[in-house]
Design a protein around this ligand. Structure first.
Ligand code: 1DF
Ligand code: MN
Length: 343
């Protein structure tokens, strides 16, 4: 990998503690009435015999030499590491709270062993909002620089006031929430699943983009104006929709068609430019990256690899070669991430 005049900080990089892998496998083996998204996603990575499934599962569990060697080979200086989807958000509440603590302890140990290479985000169990708020505080004490939420929890979204202690804690500690995809919920997945489109190819983006949009239109960012949200995959398609979101949101407000669409202080695009940062995870494509820089602003677009799900070394040089100047390149790979995550 070419030496360059900036650090490459990859911001959406995943891990799974072996304890959680084991628990997921047990659930797949014994429980009935399982969530179809859990079966599709975790059933693949934890149990499928294919080369993709087994190398991802191995790499997810490594927070040591293998991960560091992969980073070296790709020229990644630092990973911002978070608990992979669905994390603990598919577990019963008490188990989820306990397993988030295990995951955070494991990740904190690894970050302490490799402080120049790894930064962690705090995993939480949204099933128990007060416990999650407490874990966010503990995570900040462990040195974590944000919170990972793997999208919906049993089909519930962060605009639901029951989750607001989580948003309140993140805002109070001035620590960003990384809103990461997971398999769509039971109530949404069927037509995606039957076509094989529920995963990272498209279903993730539909579900997570909607999650962020729900937060915006519900007025979450009026209630928590300093809350910062980072979202992968170049904003889960929302930047491409900005114009129409603003137009149709205003039309819905004017007509009074929906109880759920009430006036909010700004246009949807205002919140995307004020409260949201997007990362390129898996979207190593110049036209899309340049478009997001243009419509959101160059300080809002950050590099991410999506290790180990999209460990493609050539995509790093693709992004080294973005048609931007050296200052902007350093912002894209390094300083935007340093600012958002407070590194
Ligand atoms: C996949 C992709 C899985 C991403 C992920 O976590 C993930 C995948 C379970 O390809 O199945 O984080 N991703 O962010 O694109
Ligand atoms: Mn990811």
């Amino acid at each position: 990998m070419a030496k360059v005049g900036y650090l490459r900080i990859a911001t959406e990089e995943a891990f799974a503690p072996p304890e959680l892998m084991t628990l997921w496998r047990d659930m797949l083996g014994t429980a009935t009435g399982l969530d179809p998204g859990f079966v599709s996603l975790v059933g693949f990575y934890a149990r499928h015999g294919s080369e993709r499934a087994s190398t991802v599962a191995e790499r997810l569990q490594d927070l040591g030499e293998r991960r560091l060697a992969d980073m070296d080979a790709a020229g990644i200086d630092r990973q911002i590491i978070s608990l992979t989807a669905p994390g603990v958000q598919v577990l019963a509440p008490d188990r989820a709270v306990a397993m988030a603590i295990v995951a955070n302890d494991r990740l904190a140990e690894a970050c302490q062993r490799h402080p120049d290479r790894f930064t962690g985000l705090t995993a939480v169990a949204p099933q128990d909002p007060p416990a999650a708020a407490q874990e966010i505080e503990r995570g900040a004490g462990l040195g974590f620089k944000g919170v990972i939420i793997n999208s919906h929890t049993y089909g519930e979204y962060l605009d639901n006031q029951r989750f607001w202690p989580i948003l309140e804690a993140a805002e109070a500690l001035d620590t960003p929430i990384y809103l990461h995809p997971t398999a769509p919920p039971r109530t949404m997945i069927q037509p995606l699943l039957e076509a094989g489109l529920d995963g990272a190819i498209y279903g993730f983006a539909v579900e997570t983009g909607m999650h962020l949009l729900r937060m915006i239109t519900a007025g979450v960012f009026d209630r928590f104006p300093r809350l910062r949200v980072v979202v992968g995959h170049l904003g889960e398609a929302l930047p491409f929709w900005l114009y129409r979101l603003d137009y149709m949101h205003a039309a819905s407000v004017r007509s009074g068609r929906y109880d759920a669409i009430r006036p909010i202080a700004g246009k949807p695009s205002d919140y995307l430019r004020r409260n949201v940062w997007v990362t390129t995870s898996g979207m190593a494509w110049h036209p899309a990256i340049m478009f997001c820089r243009e419509v959101l602003g160059p300080d809002r677009v950050l590099y991410a690899m999506d290790y180990p799900y999209q460990y493609v070394i050539e995509e790093v040089s693709t992004q080294d070669n973005l048609p931007i100047d050296e200052t902007a390149r350093k912002a894209f790979f390094q300083t935007n991430a340093e600012l958002v995550f407070g590194l």
